[in-house]
Design a protein around this ligand. Sequence first.
Ligand code: SD4
Length: 290
Amino acid sequence: NPVKPIVVCTWDFKNATAKAWEVLSKGGTALDAVEEGVRVEEADEKNETVGKGGRPDRDGNVTLDACIMDKDGNCGSVVYLQNIAHPVSVARKVMEETPHIVLAGRGAEQFAYEQGFKKEDLFTESTRKQYEEWKKTSKYETIINIENHDTIGMLAIDEKGDIAGACTTSGMAYKVAGRVGDSPIIGAGLFIDNEVGGATATGVGEEVIRTVGSFLIVELMRQGKSPQEACEEGVKRIMAKNKDRKDFQIGFLAINKNGETGGYCVHPGFTYREYSPKGHENVQVKSFYE
Ligand code: SD4
């Protein structure tokens, strides 16, 4: 008996899963649920890794990455999008209103205005202040630790049993201008296959891109692994390329067609939220290092 509807997301974003659950429990689609769900974090100015209030690159540009994928394998993505608070919704428009999958930078922004999105200053008082502070030392760190995370990746199964996912982020704080992470890259930060399941990632995007992490996890599930086993294998692939390197975090989250879920990470600290008929829980995730 498959568990459904169900929604999971990276980290403890309980307002996001609650919003997605509201959509799913009324019979809404997984696609609407994940879009509505991650929009909660995009709008939350206190989340400094997503949407409005996201931290800028090292030149002071707030640039957002997001993608969305549906049960039919349709997908849309925006990278290096500026001045628009809801990149996931622009990604959905790319999916539904254009023959393309990825729009970047100024073209993506122009497309967003044509679709009726409004221009917004994405800085907040807090992120502007932090950026001014950061400029004093301009220390460039690609380390995603406890202070440099909070990307939301969300996976849902609706009452019909169909799966969809979305992922949205401002990326790595103080990144090199132009840098794009894994989050908007189909197969890296997110992948959905309605026959099998879905996966999403958070952490140092470069590592996730070079192992095509989310696609790998879905394919491992296709071969019979549970979501938990598949996430563990995904992290192990990354660690095999990073022997003795302990200075970065990755968290993977996966769901299969039966509504079973799993997660795994490099360092302790990654959790995921799950909302299903069984309740609304914050799930602790095991890690490669203790
Ligand atoms: C990135 N994976 O841009 C994202 C960052 C992240 O929580 O997950 N932050 O590489």
